[in-house]
Design a protein around this ligand. Sequence first.
Ligand SMILES: [Zn+2]
Length: 310
Amino acid sequence: MKTLLLLLLASTAHAITIERVFLGGEPPASAVGGGSLETCFNAAADIWEEAIKDDWHVRISYRWENLAVQWGSEFTASKTNGRADEAVIFIDNSGTLNLYLDPNPWDALEFDSYTETVIDAGGGPLIGARYFYGPNTADASNRFDVFSMCVHEIGHALGMDGTLPGWDTSTSNDGYLHIREPLPFAGTDVLLFPDHSPHVSSFQVYGSSISGLQVGQRRWPSELDILCCAQVAQWRSLNLELRPTLHVGHQGGSVTLDWPAFFPSYRLQTCEDLRSGWQDVESEPVRDGKRLVVSVDCVGARKLYRLEKR
Ligand SMILES: [Zn+2]
């Protein structure tokens, strides 16, 4: 009898579900890259779903809109229990900004470098910023990455929102957002923009996705960004490390394991007996759209699988 026992290192039982509703509009004629707002938004929603594992459903509608003076905005349409369950996001199509529409934002191959900036703002060292830079294509250079704009705006919808009740109880007049128990890194004081708007100040850490964006960069939610959302919207089940979750599937007659293509730096390992240790699975993952897929041999009584950082 063939059985397959999987050891999943992050819970798959619960996760935030972001329902995505594209309301239309057209990209500015000056946008390049060949991708679409739908693709960029979906990838940005996917990465936030990796970050927050609370059982929650939020419907985010989004559209192109002529905003002219800003690159994006978010409007919370409805909230329940201190969180948004419905929000609308607008991305600027006035042509004021040069935009990059990545046709495949699940990888960041068009950027040569990636950095994680560690800061200690009172609650212990944590990753304040995760960003890619050094674009190696003309399209990604000197342009605002629409995927990163969506990451930023979804961060507002998931907690960085001054109209949520948790905002008033988490911020103080001195311009800080305070991360408190029971969250990890409690005691972290996050400096906000001088206008106290729900943005992380670049004076405390450069490169937060909740700060903003610069041309030729891609920003992912940092540990600090995820904690800020969690403090205001009371998320409790966080994947601060952005450790990918393994998923079991079937292709033809064989069993497959897959994880989001955001994370090529992880490799699949297997073990039949925890006493004998973990070994790398020899076959390299195959990219299938937004997932990395490995076919696994499930002959034998039992096998354990996990993802480890290379
Ligand atoms: Zn903003």
